[in-house]
Design a protein around this ligand. Sequence first.
Ligand code: SAM
Length: 277
Amino acid sequence: MTLFGDFLRNDHRRSHKWHQYFPVYERHLERFRNRHVTLMEVGLGEGGSLEMWKRYLGPFVRIVGIDIEPLCMRLEEQQIHIRIGSQDDTTLLARVLDEFGPPDIFIDDGSHIQQHINTTFDFMYQHVAKNGVYIVEDLHAAYWPNHGAGPSHPESFIERAKGFVDEMHAQYIGHGTGRTPLGDRTTSIHFYDSITVFEVGEYRPQAHSIQGDPLLFEIAAAPGMPSLAVTPDPVPTPAQQGAWEAAEALRRELALLRASTSWKVTAPLRAAKRLFR
Ligand SMILES: C[S@@+](CC[C@H](N)C(=O)[O-])C[C@H]1O[C@@H](n2cnc3c(N)ncnc32)[C@H](O)[C@@H]1O
């Protein structure tokens, strides 16, 4: 059953979710199923999401819920731990970290006040485990003045996250002098409708290279040569078959040529010629 199917069939504790979130959850959380991981969620409502995560992630997940509402203590059960307080209380967040260790999955579905989201993110993001994920829900609220922000407002979490995209690319800007801890531990940032997801990793200087044989392109471009891209159809026409066989013969010849001593000896010359061009 899909997670969305599970949500629609739920007849236990209530949960309120936007439907477009479900493919996002499955895309980013699938890899944590049936593993020993810790999920922390801020904002518990009536506990429906806590139960949904437990069903979805399986018997080894440890779930830690944080909510400002003391009644949420009644949501504790096997695998589910509750701590009461406000998400912008970093002393509380530090205590939770001390007690349960770094989360693999952190979900902010709390007050949706942008200043709260910012405080929680600024404190917690650095503690999310490598290969973990940080999810902020209901970010349509970033466009609402009654939630502390608005379009292009500097406190809007969406607006800040646009800046985090630049931090993630800092190694390519000015010789990486502007690298930040946040940019260094972020492998991707995903903006979906109302929900933003950060995948967490660690800094690697990125590598790139050119692989393959440039000669194939040069020979294929020569007049009268059959295209090397031609591959036989399931039932090729005689012309296609002929072109394909000619291309195959050419490939074989090339392989022989490239294995020959004279080809190897003259390789630096050809490289120099390519560079010069
Ligand atoms: C939208 S509900 C959470 C829904 C739940 N995650 C679900 O999917 O069913 C928001 C919750 O955030 C809690 N909340 C509001 N302000 C908070 C704050 N400052 N810190 C922590 N929790 C807060 C509310 O008590 C409420 O339970």
